[in-house]
Ligand binder design. Structure first.
Ligand SMILES: C[S@@+](CC[C@H](N)C(=O)[O-])C[C@H]1O[C@@H](n2cnc3c(N)ncnc32)[C@H](O)[C@@H]1O
Length: 280
């Protein structure tokens, strides 16, 4: 099986081929069409509500068959429909772990009759209710305040013993609100492509760090599938981590050749930067 590649195809066909060949992944991390009328060069974001539910259920079923026993799925959505996707996840056999929020300060508005949009949810479900991967220490953050350190704070452990709380030297546990700016504006002009719904690399890297399996030396070594690869953010992020010594195996599937070409360019820039002198 070849990894670290983009497949220009319909993900439903490719996922079925993987299933037929008994290929399994550790993680499916994807940002599918939200069905909000975006122009991806196809009609995938313009379905009737019932077609949207039907294809989503079919795709989730394929994802379920493709995950290893301790595998997880991370699936972006929009507040309008995320509760329907949540129910479909349960119907195809996944177990709920968490509804996470991708929060951005630089929100946007299409109407003055509703609040600004400041978040997009992404669901985390696991294949098993007993085992999954979550690398808690890899996504810790600095404590917000040192107030709690000034006077001891006590708590009771499971045995009922009274203990003084100590801060974790690696930082505070990350929460389920993931704050990263969207790619709007001048600050991101080098990262942003023409793709209408490109995700920020910083967010996707943080998600990989949290959910990708690691080897005994602490390197990420899992296999990750993105069936809706778009401009290739998942591939770019895996390759950036692989340049640091990790060994992530990834596959991105995308219907439109235009986005596959943009993804390939972005990924080549990461893989070959510093390795070859271009033009020689
Ligand atoms: C929300 S975008 C993904 C954006 C991506 N996360 C990025 O950062 O660029 C969804 C993508 O799924 C693609 N798509 C839609 N239906 C598809 C299908 N059946 N198979 C593969 N790709 C599909 C669209 O063309 C679109 O580029």
């Amino acid at each position: 099986m070849d990894y670290n590649l983009i497949i220009n195809a319909n993900c439903e066909d490719e996922m079925q081929k993987f299933i037929d060949n008994d290929v399994k992944f550790d993680l499916i991390l994807t940002d599918p069409p939200y069905n909000i009328d975006k122009d991806f060069g196809n009609n995938s974001d313009k379905l009737s509500f019932s077609d949207f539910l039907n294809v989503t259920k079919k795709r989730l079923g394929l994802c379920h068959s493709l995950l290893k026993d301790n595998g997880s799925i991370l699936w972006f959505g929009i507040h309008d429909y995320i509760s329907y996707v949540h129910i479909l996840m349960i119907e195809v056999g996944f177990y709920y772990r968490r509804q996470n929020i991708w929060h951005y300060e630089n929100g946007f508005s299409r109407s003055t009759k509703e609040p600004l949009t400041h978040y997009e949810p992404f669901l985390w479900f696991s294949k098993s209710d007993k085992q999954w991967v979550y690398n808690v220490d890899d996504v810790r953050k600095p404590y917000k305040s040192e107030e709690r350190l000034k006077n001891p704070v006590y708590y009771r452990n499971s045995k009922g013993e009274r203990l003084a709380w100590q801060p974790n030297p690696k930082g505070a546990m990350r929460g389920d609100v993931w704050s990263f700016p969207t790619l709007a504006g001048k600050n991101f002009k080098h990262e942003k492509t023409e793709h209408p719904t490109q995700k920020p690399e910083a967010l996707i890297i943080e998600m990989i760090k949290a959910f990708c399996p690691k080897d005994e030396n602490g390197f990420y070594c899992g296999s990750i599938l993105d069936p809706f690869h778009g401009s290739g953010t998942l591939g770019v992020c895996c390759e950036k981590l692989n340049k640091q010594g990790h060994r992530i195996k990834w596959i991105g599937i995308e219907l439109e050749k235009k986005w596959c070409d943009i993804a390939r360019e972005r990924i080549d820039r990461v893989v070959f930067e510093g390795n070859i002198t271009r033009g020689q």
